[in-house]
Write a protein that binds this ligand. Sequence first.
Ligand code: T6T
Length: 324
Amino acid sequence: RRWLVGTVALALLLAACGGNDEGGGGTGGGEQQYKLTLIQGVKGDQFYVTMQCGAQEAAKAAGATLEVAAPDEFDASLQTPVVNAVVAKQPDAILVAPTDTQAMIPPLTQAKAAGIKLVFVDTTTENGAELAESEIASDNEEGGREAARTLAELTGGKGSVLVINVKPGISTTDARAKGFEEEIKKTPGLKYIGQEYSNDKPEIAASKATAALAAHPDLVGIFGTNLFSAEGAATGLRSAGASKKVKIVGFDAGPKQVEDLEQGIVQALIAQKPADIGKAGVEQAIAALKGEPVQKKIGTGFVVVTKDNMKDPDVQPFLYKSSC
Ligand code: T6T
């Protein structure tokens, strides 16, 4: 009898712990174990790593499995075969960050036609509302406006300002640049000199920053619209010895960006909440699979990180991770 009690307790414990390294857990009451795949925008970007951590935790809590796939570059021509390969494995749902608002429509339309539920995390397509059960993202336009207000303050509102963006056709970074441009024009002393594109490569962002310095002696500020654009802008200013003269506000909060902030090369980071995006993505996918109500659009917030607040316990959790 004591043996029986011990066995039941052990069985309950095992059921509660779940236990599968992919993020899947025990399904306890015989509930269906859903197979989910997260397709990131690009490999090796701590924004997506942090999103994956949030998604993995949520998948484990729901007793679902989560696989992760990503292209080597942030490019629709490389993400398309990744989507096709995932579709061939027939997961129940795909969480995906489409790398282009147009070019990713055909492969994602095929995924949906194959009966796979889609949830868009971070980026979206032009017809996102049709394709996806739910679209989850930061308020990117407002983030761009916040970057403009911060840069206006940091520069004292006088001189030329540049945007280093990724490439045209990305829903998130296009919205950030739009919000920034609208807001920066409200400061009459600031001259908006337009956008340069980094193609998501820090080395290109660095050379665009140094070229802008040479071409515009009155350059006082740069807005880097994502992690690699902001990282590269900081590298460029550092190598040109211009980091006192030119202020940088960057989107995202990767480890190198945080280091640049600490060293005073970058003055502010607009940190998104990628872990929350990943978690909500899993929750919405599972709701859709169960036939429960979904939220068509979910907005996640952002936090402005500066050298002054970066060590605060309520800010620290928003700095991005390199591993879970
Ligand atoms: O800024 C994020 C993401 O929100 C954007 O869509 C693409 O770039 C990042 O992944 C950062 O590199």
